[in-house]
Design a protein around this ligand. Structure first.
Ligand code: GLC
Length: 444
C-alpha cells in the first residue's frame, strides 16, 4: 500500500519533503516499518574477518533483501584486546558511528553493567533460544535479559599434519606428553629447517588467556580464585605453566610463538611449517583452501590433548551481536541482528567459512554435516567448552592474567627472580636501611 510520508525533523528553512513511501510488514518481528525510499544507514563495527569474501556476499544479500537499510561497516583489528578498546571508546562517548557491534563472549556482563547494551529479548524470543548452544545464551543473559544475540561459537581444537602422522605411524595424540614425543620424532625425522612441532597463540593478548586456560584447567588448576584474584601459583596451575614454558615453547614450539596471534600462528601452519597447531573451528576451511594453504587436504582435526589422568579442555570463545543503547536507529539495527542470527544466514555463513555458529540446529543440518563431517564430534567439544571467568571486571582481570602468564611462560623463575617482582623487596629493604642510617646519623 502506498502512503504519503512526511519527513519528521524538517526545519523552518526547508520545505517539507513528501516522499513516495511503501508501507509493509516489518520483516522480522511483526512490527510495521515505513520505507520512505531513503535507506536508513546503520553503522556496524566488526573485527577484521578471516574470510572477507563471505562477509561481502552476506552484506550484498542483506541489502538486496532490505533496500531500506544500508549497513556501513567499520573494520576493527583481529585482536579481541584491541577491539575492546575501540568499542569502549566509542560507546563511552555515545559515538554516532556505532549502532551494531560484535562483542566477545566474555564481555556481555561488563558492557551491560556499563549501560552500553540495548536488550534484545524481542530479537530472539525465549522459545527460540532452545535452538542455540546454551553457553552463549547464558553468557548474554544478564539480570534475566538477553543483552546480546549469540553469533558464532568457538572452542580450541588441534589441527595436525595427517600426512606426517600417517607416515610415522601415529594416531592423533591423546595426551600432551604424546604430542611432544610425536612432534620431536617427526621434526627430527623430517630434517627440514624451520619445521616446528607445535604452534598456538602465546602473544600477550586475550588469545593467550584462551590457550593457557586449556593447559591450566586441563591440569586441574585454575586461573583465578572466587574473588577474582589470580591463582597461578596454585601447584596445579604452576605445573601446567611450567609444562608450556619448558616442554613446548623453546622446545617443540619455536620461541616466535610468543609473538603470535591467530593469523600469524595459522600462517606458519599454512606454509607447512608446523606439525601441530591449535586454533578455532573457522581455521578448517582456511587450511584446506589450496589457494592459500600448502597443506590443503593433508590436515586432520582432533580434540585438544589432555594431561595424563586429566581431562581435555577447550576454551569457550565466540562473538555476540549487540545494539548500542544510545543508537537512534534501533529498529533497523535489530533487523540486521535478526538477519545475522537467523537459521538461513548462519547456515550459509557456516557453509561458506566453516565457522561454527551459535545456532546448534545449524550444526545438526544434514547439508552442513555433509560439507563438514567433523562437525559431529565438534558439536560435543563446543557443548563441553570451558568458559573464562564470568566477571563484570573481566577485562581488568584478563589484563593482569595476560601480563602474568606471558612473564611466566617466557622466562624461567630464576630469570624472573621468583615471582617476577622479586627485585622489589631487596630494593625496599635497602631503601629502609638507608633511611634508618640517615636518621641515626642526624640525631648524633
Ligand atoms: C576468538 C574467540 C574469542 C577469543 C579470541 C582470542 O575470536 O572467539 O572468544 O577471545 O579468539 O583471540
Amino acid at each position: 500500500m502506498k502512503i504519503a510520508c512526511i519527513l519528521a525533523g524538517v526545519t523552518a528553512f526547508a520545505a517539507p519533503q513528501i516522499l513516495d513511501c511503501e508501507r509493509g510488514e516489518g520483516p522480522d518481528y511483526g512490527l510495521w516499518t515505513v520505507d520512505c525510499g531513503l535507506p536508513q544507514e546503520i553503522h556496524f563495527v566488526m573485527w577484521k574477518p578471516h574470510q572477507p569474501e563471505a562477509w561481502d556476499r552476506l552484506f550484498k544479500e542483506f541489502h538486496d533483501a532490505h533496500p531500506d537499510i544500508r549497513v556501513k561497516t567499520e573494520i576493527g583489528p583481529h585482536s579481541a584486546t584491541e577491539f575492546h578498546t575501540i568499542l569502549t571508546t566509542k560507546l563511552r562517548a555515545k559515538d554516532e558511528s556505532i549502532d551494531v557491534f560484535l562483542i566477545d563472549v566474555i564481555w556481555p556482563a561488563e558492557f551491560a553493567k556499563a549501560g552500553y547494551l540495548e536488550p534484545l529479548d524481542d530479537v530472539i524470543p525465549e522459545a527460540e533460544r532452545r535452538d542455540f548452544f546454551s553457553a552463549p545464551i547464558e553468557a548474554n543473559t544478564v539480570d534475566g535479559k538477553l543483552m546480546a544475540a549469540p553469533f558464532n561459537i568457538d572452542a580450541g581444537s588441534l589441527y595436525y599434519r595427517k600426512d606426517l602422522l600417517d607416515q610415522y605411524g601415529y594416531k592423533p595424540p591423546q595426551t600432551w606428553g604424546e604430542l611432544v614425543a610425536q612432534a620431536k620424532k617427526i621434526v627430527e625425522g623430517e630434517k627440514e629447517p624451520g619445521l616446528a612441532g607445535y604452534t598456538g597463540q602465546f602473544d600477550k593478548y586475550e588469545g593467550l588467556v584462551c590457550n593457557m586456560l586449556e593447559f591450566i584447567r586441563g591440569n586441574g588448576g585454575r586461573m583465578t580464585a572466587d574473588d577474582g584474584s589470580l591463582a597461578l601459583d596454585d601447584p596445579k596451575s604452576a605445573e601446567a605453566i611450567e609444562f608450556v614454558r619448558e616442554k613446548l615453547i623453546g622446545d617443540v614450539a619455536p620461541k616466535s610463538v610468543l609473538n603470535q596471534r591467530e593469523p600469524q600462528s595459522r600462517g606458519v601452519f599454512l606454509q607447512g611449517e608446523s606439525v601441530f597447531h591449535r586454533n578455532w573451528p573457522e581455521t578448517w576451511k582456511i587450511v584446506n583452501d589450496a589457494g592459500q594453504s600448502k597443506v590443503a587436504g593433508k590436515v586432520g582435526l582432533a580434540p585438544l590433548p589432555k594431561f595424563e589422568g586429566g581431562r581435555a579442555v577447550a576454551t569457550l570463545g565466540g562473538w555476540q551481536l549487540a545494539v548500542a543503547a544510545h543508537s537512534t536507529k534501533k529498529q533497523a539495527a535489530k533487523t540486521f541482528v535478526k538477519y545475522l542470527t537467523s537459521f538461513d544466514t548462519q547456515k550459509k555463513l557456516t557453509l561458506w567459512t566453516s565457522q561454527t555458529h551459535s545456532r546448534k540446529t545449524v550444526m545438526e543440518d544434514s547439508e552442513v554435516l555433509a560439507a563438514f563431517p567433523h562437525f559431529k564430534d565438534l558439536t560435543q567439544v563446543l557443548e563441553a567448552a570451558t568458559p573464562r571467568p564470568r566477571l563484570a571486571n573481566y577485562h581488568e582481570v584478563s589484563d593482569r592474567l595476560q601480563r602474568e602468564l606471558y612473564e611466566r611462560i617466557s622466562r624461567a623463575p630464576e630469570e624472573r627472580g621468583g615471582s617476577g617482582l622479586g627485585w622489589i623487596p631487596p630494593i625496599l629493604g635497602i631503601g629502609v636501611l638507608a633511611a634508618l642510617v640517615f636518621l641515626v646519623a642526624r640525631r648524633r
